[in-house]
Each structure stands twice: as C-alpha cells, then as structure tokens.
Ligand binder design. Structure first.
Ligand code: PDD
Length: 285
C-alpha cells in the first residue's frame, strides 16, 4: 500500500512531493481537480471525470495539459503505487508566479496526480446508514464560483462539513441561497418519496456528480421513477428514505436528517435496490 504523487513529469514518494508556495493553487485555490477510485486497478468512470475536469477548467479559463498527458500521468502514478485499489486525485493548478491575482501572472499549468490506497467508509456506514444535518453554511451562488466547477477552493464546503461534524453528523446537507436542498460537502443527495427517487436539479447550483448521473441511470433502468426536483427542508418529513453518493464512497444510506429518522430510520428497500444495482455496475466495470 503506497502513496505516490506525480508532479510535473515525475512520480515522487509523499515526503518528497512538494509544490512552490508561489503556486496559485496554494495562494488562491486557483486550480481544478477530480477525485475517483480504481476498480480492479482501473480508474472508475475516467472519461466522465476528465470531461468534467475539462468543463471546470474551461469555466475558469485554465488551459489544461492535453488529455493524453493526463492519462499517461495517471497510469504512471497508479503503476508506481501498485495498490490493490487506489484513491486517485487529479489536480491542475494555473501555475506559479508573482503575488498578483491576475490569471495572466501565472507561468504555466501544473499537473499533479495523487494516488493512495483506497479506503471506503466503515462497513457500518453502508449497513446501518449515517446521520446528516442541514447546515447554515449555504452552497455558493452560481454567479459566484459556480458549484458545477470543481475548483481547488473548497473552503465553503469545508465549513459546511465542520458545522455538520459539530452536531455529530457524518455529512452536511447544504441549501442554496433560497433555502432549497442542494448537496453535501463532497456528495450528492437522493431522497425517496412514494417509491420515486428524487434529487435536487443541477440549476439549484450543485456539482454534477458522476455517481449522481450513474445512479439516476441505474435507478431508471431498474424501473424506478427518477425525478430531479426542487426540494426544501420542509419536505424532509415526507421522505421515506435518503442516501448520498460520491465516486469514492458509492452509495451511503442516510437514516437521520437533523437527528430525526428518515422513514423507519434504517436503510430502506429502494436504497438497498439502488445499492445492489450500483454494486453490479462496479462488478461489470
Ligand atoms: N467530491 N458534490 C460535491 C461538492 C463534491 O465535492 C463531490 C465529490 C460530489 C460527488 O461527485 P462524484 O459522484 O463525481 O464523486 C458532489 C470528491 C469525492 C472529493 O472532493 O473528494
């Protein structure tokens, strides 16, 4: 089990993996990134993650290295780490330069690929579900840094998670400026009502999760009604089930929201069905 980091053409052990303090990723969070995991050694949904990286970069006018170079760096780093399964983080910063907000002050983009051994949440999280809470920290406005952009500036999400942890919750559930349910600090949310699978729409201002997209497709193929719809904290009492999703966690059942049980307060039949469909998808990947 090893951690390896690719920086600018070379793979380093973690203790030698350093970037300049003048790097704009460090100074301003001026970077974009992706996170996925491997399945049987291959990065899960790599094409979709790289496409999102490209969309994020385009949105902040950051020019990425060519996709082939990124793929080569991923392959090299995974090979050097030689883990059974890996967590994979692909980052591109705008580069280093003088202290100056102007993006034109950056020298050139830096590609960093971090690989470490894959660690799933504890089995209990999947079998018993987790507690989440609706936090006061709002999801960013789409006219600020659009939540669709997976940028290196995660301070908002970090504060949301810290608030959730203070209440003993596993993950935050953020709302947008209007109070509509949005997403977690590093996850998307799904709810079940009257047998239908509901999830906040993208225009609320959330990250377009790769797992979210996959789950919507799998649930639809399993014959479940799936709806993207505006949801509010007052809707929570009408939900019989809830779950959250992300590439490195898959699906985690949510059994309480703000310390109130969701439905029966245990992972429900729809969640279990979607989890089985996702497990089969991973098996076939
Ligand atoms: N984050 N929403 C936010 C704000 C996220 O940061 C993430 C993922 C997701 C889920 O997206 P996906 O299904 O594509 O992983 C939703 C990763 C895991 C992270 O930053 O660690």
């Amino acid at each position: 089990m090893a951690t390896k980091v690719y920086i600018d053409g070379r793979v380093y052990p973690p203790e030698e993996a350093t970037v300049s303090v003048f790097d704009r990723g460090f100074l301003y969070g001026d970077s974009v990134y992706e996170v996925t995991r491997t399945v049987r050694g291959r990065p899960l949904e790599l094409g979709a993650h790289l496409a999102r990286l490209e969309r994020s970069a385009e949105a902040i006018a950051l020019v990425l290295p060519p996709r082939a170079e990124i793929v080569r760096a991923i392959d090299e780093t995974l090979a050097a780490a030689a883990n059974a399964e890996s967590y994979l983080r692909i980052m591109v910063t705008r580069g280093a330069g003088p202290i100056n907000l102007d993006p034109a002050a950056a020298d050139r983009p830096r590609l960093i690929v971090l690989v470490k051994a894959m660690e799933l949440p504890p089995t209990k999280a999947y079998s018993d579900g987790v507690a989440v809470c609706i936090v006061g920290v709002q999801r960013n406005l789409r006219r600020a840094v659009d939540p669709r952009v997976k940028s290196g500036n995660y301070l908002n999400n970090l504060l949301a998670l810290a608030e959730a942890k203070q209440s003993g919750a596993y993950e935050a559930l953020m709302c947008d400026f209007q109070g509509r349910l949005a997403e977690g600090s590093t996850s998307n949310y799904f709810f079940v009502r009257d047998g239908a699978v509901l999830t906040p729409p993208l225009d609320v201002g959330i990250l377009e999760g790769i797992t979210r997209h996959r789950i919507m497709d799998l649930a639809h193929k399993a014959g479940l009604p799936v709806h993207e719809m505006e949801l509010w904290p007052r809707d929570v009492k009408s939900f019989s089930e809830a779950f959250l999703t992300s590439s490195v966690r898959g699906i985690v059942p949510v059994v309480t929201i703000d310390a109130t049980p969701v439905g029966a307060g245990v992972p429900g039949p729809v969640t279990t069905r979607v989890m089985a469909a996702y497990a089969a998808f991973l098996e076939a990947s």
